[in-house]
Design a protein. Sequence first.
Length: 326
Amino acid sequence: MTIDRRALLGTLAATAAAPMPTPTPALPGKPAPVASPATESIPIWPGPAPGSPVALPQPKLQKAGAPGHNDYHLRGVAAPTMFVYRPEKPNGVGLIVMPGGGYVYLSMENEGSNVARFYTKRGYTVFVLSYRLPGEGWTNRADAPLQDALRAIRIVRAQAATYKIDPARVGVLGFSAGGHVAASLATDYATPLYEPVDAADKQPAKPAFVGLLYAVTTMHPFETHSVSRANLLGPNPDAALVARRSPLLHIGKDTPPCFVAAALDDGTVPPQCSIDWLTACRAAGVPVEAHLFERGGHGFGMHLPDTTPGSLWPELFLRWISRHGG
């Protein structure tokens, strides 16, 4: 299956025009917005997102990737949304997936719908989050993606009964820049980044568990992905902002259990980002497991051949979360 481009863009445009605080069914008579299939979409904000520009970005979805490794890249996230994938037999666990893309775009298939398809087959209720891209005019660019993640996990918990999940068993899985969003949520879940907008904001935002795939874990120059840093922080960020948006510096004893995976031949996000996360979690006494694959490069998502060790990460994560809230 592949993403239905027209349906996805229609959902995002409708959400931007008339966002609602409760789940809305997929458009009748239309293919699901993303593969495997997404049954509903949940707007993150009941009104304009914090820091909205005067002219909102326009959603744009482009086919991308090499032959056999197709993907769809989403830009212009005016109305952040969660796409819901329900399993036939829910196991009570919710998983919020945060695609990567260097804060330039979102990898909606490779790091979104394909991931959802794997986990819904195994009983997990999956929510693929299209978070705001900070360089698209938001006045609060350095906080915008994390604001969306904070709000997303609170919404999932507030609506847990609807999705037959345990609100205490909601975790996150982030890829690349989406891994930075997940890592930030893991360390800054108690930071009040926006004014409460409804009853959902009374819910806790700490994930039960966190998966980080080739994640950006710091904003310090020469230690991270320069494109993600530039898009999140803008030109010439001061030292305080760099430190605030470097989740690696904020790992503590209350950080939730973490699963880390990366390829040592990653030429985009330094694998040292993952190694440093492992080291910091161990120093803080945080339960952590790491898998560093010899080969795989960056952005492999669900694309690695079955003959490679890295292709096993989805199953490894599955077994790990069964011991940590899943």
